[in-house]
Design a binder for this molecule. Structure first.
Ligand SMILES: Cc1cc2nc3c(=O)[nH]c(=O)nc-3n(C[C@H](O)[C@H](O)[C@H](O)COP(=O)(O)OP(=O)(O)OC[C@H]3O[C@@H](n4cnc5c(N)ncnc54)[C@H](O)[C@@H]3O)c2cc1C
Length: 481
């Protein structure tokens, strides 16, 4: 057994752990970080940036969003089913956090909306290659370098296994180093930041009833197995519901050119297996709403359908909705994608010469689908009496071939598990803090109630970085006593 000694152990080096380590070290504490994988940044290396409210970018861009407005929106969205004190503290700190990140060298492209109906709270990190996925890895790198500069010690490929409790207080953390040896770090405080249980299929099924790969197609990032919540519960922390941070997914398109997923994420006709429309398709851009719709349908599946004239329209005029995540809005590669899908015998995409044939291929109720398409085509000449879709997005399905893609329930990972208060102290079922134990990021993210709040984008990484800071401040204060 190898022994270390420090004041605070931060368990994991995703954005919440990195922010916690930097903040605690800036506040004067001695910090060791244990990280399971060989690199830092966690899931956020795939993302683009955190939320900020009331930042200088928003002021410069004349965007009218205040902490009061965002707070009220958020609390109404969640029906006040969440900790208002924590939400307020997080939002209030978020502008300062953007500046704090800038001071350590992070640059931002500005404040962005995820889709037009959302607010411009998403602060996309500047990279050396423009806006796009993985931008936030630049933020993680800056946080890591700042932590190292402050003397934080990182032990990579060293997962934490257990919190040692002594006389009812945190007294140490046990981990396994890269050679397989057990290590023990004696400390006064531990901050759990292990990012949830996105790849723990069993835990997800137990907590949500959803079966990964059958009716849930979420990111399952290796290493996110729920270690932190298990260690926290064992140490006496209370348990909160673990949920999926839902975002719908268009299945089986990863290998195909972006034009395919670009076209099927437009506000096209969307039906369920019963052949019925399920929503105003304009709202599909909010992938949380879309996922919620899909999860309520038969076999938890929907179908996005276009005809060849709609495809031609998109290719000629561009798509209705662009996405900063799919960096290239061009869809001229759609036909190449269809050819590839046919050659690869893709099972998630259907190409048919009639609506009848499409229904048979996809397993949709044929009579109902024919009726739905008839009525939808009528709405295109008048108004959408069924779901009030804007006329701009109503285009009739009249010309073969017809193309159809499966839309499934997806998600980024899990949120929630560890009960905390607004100081990110882990608390027991009686709301009493477990002395020396803190949690931040996805493990502690109990603030969305049943649905991710995509109307304020950047919320998830914003929550991680800000709660990391709050936990770092609280723990540094605690160890000083
Ligand atoms: C594709 C994608 C894009 C995204 N884009 C955005 C975005 O633009 N904006 C946004 O707000 N959110 C985004 N998110 C969500 C965001 O990335 C997460 O909410 C955020 O990373 C959570 O931070 P975290 O620190 O809680 O956990 P994570 O980032 O998941 O990090 C957890 C870390 O814990 C480590 N770990 C696990 N177990 C142990 C253990 N026992 N001991 C030590 N270490 C351990 C893991 O190796 C990992 O490094 C995105 C997510 C995905 C998947």
């Amino acid at each position: 057994m190898i022994n270390y000694e420090t004041q605070i152990v931060v368990i994991a080096a995703g954005p919440s752990g990195l922010a916690a380590a930097v903040q605690a070290a800036e506040d004067g504490a001695k910090v060791i970080v244990l990280e399971k994988s060989a690199s830092v940044g966690g899931a956020a290396n795939m993302g683009m940036g955190p939320l900020g409210i009331g930042t200088r970018y928003q002021k410069q861009q004349m965007i009218d969003i205040t902490v009061e407005k965002a707070f009220n929106m958020f609390m109404e969205y969640t029906h006040y089913n969440v900790d208002a004190r924590l939400v307020k503290k997080y939002f209030e700190q978020s502008a300062d956090t953007i500046e704090w990140l800038e001071e350590m060298g992070v640059q931002f492209e500005g404040a962005f909306r995820y889709f037009p109906k959302s607010e411009a709270t998403w602060h996309i990190v500047k990279t050396d290659h423009g806006i796009g996925p993985r931008a936030a890895s630049f933020m993680n790198k800056a946080l890591y370098e700042r932590a190292v500069e402050l003397g934080v010690q990182f032990l990579l490929e060293t997962p934490a296994k257990k919190i040692i409790m002594k006389d009812g207080k945190v007294g140490g953390v046990i981990g396994i180093d890269k050679t397989g040896q057990e290590i023990e770090i004696s400390c006064q405080a531990a901050i759990i930041c292990t990012g949830g249980a996105g790849s723990n299929k069993q835990l997800i099924q137990e907590e949500t009833g959803l079966k990964h790969g059958e009716d849930l197609f979420s990111f399952a990032i290796p290493g996110l197995t729920g270690d932190g919540m298990k260690m926290a519960w064992e140490a006496g922390a209370g348990k909160t519901q673990v949920r999926i941070e839902m975002a719908a997914s268009i299945e089986g398109m990863e290998e195909l050119p972006q034009g395919i997923s670009n076209i099927f994420s437009q506000p096209n006709l969307l039906v369920n297996k019963l052949g019925k429309r399920v929503m105003n398709e304009e709202q599909m851009q909010n992938s949380t709403y879309l996922s919620n719709v899909v999860v309520h349908q038969k076999d938890k599946i929907c179908y996005s359908i276009v005809d060849s004239s709609i495809v031609k329209h998109y290719v000629r005029n561009g798509v209705d909705n662009v996405s900063l995540v799919r960096t290239n809005p061009d869809v001229s590669d759609f036909y190449d994608g269809i050819k590839m899908a046919q050659e690869n015998n893709n099972k998630d995409l259907y190409i048919a010469n009639s609506i009848e044939e499409l229904a048979q291929m996809a397993g949709i109720d044929e009579t109902a689908l024919i009726d739905t398409v008839d009525r939808y085509n009528d709405y295109c000449d008048s108004v959408d009496e069924e779901f009030f879709k804007d006329h701009r997005f109503l285009r009739p399905l009249i010309k073969a071939p017809y193309y159809c893609a499966k839309i499934r329930t997806g998600g980024y990972g899990t949120v929630g598990g560890i009960k905390i208060n607004e100081n990110c102290e882990a608390v027991n079922e009686s709301f009493e803090p477990v002395p020396g134990l803190y949690a931040a990021g996805a493990d502690s993210c109990n603030i969305y109630d049943d649905s991710y709040m995509f109307l304020l984008p950047g919320n998830s990484m914003g929550y991680a970085v800000n709660t990391g800071r709050i936990a770092g401040m609280s723990a540094a204060e605690y160890v000083e006593i």
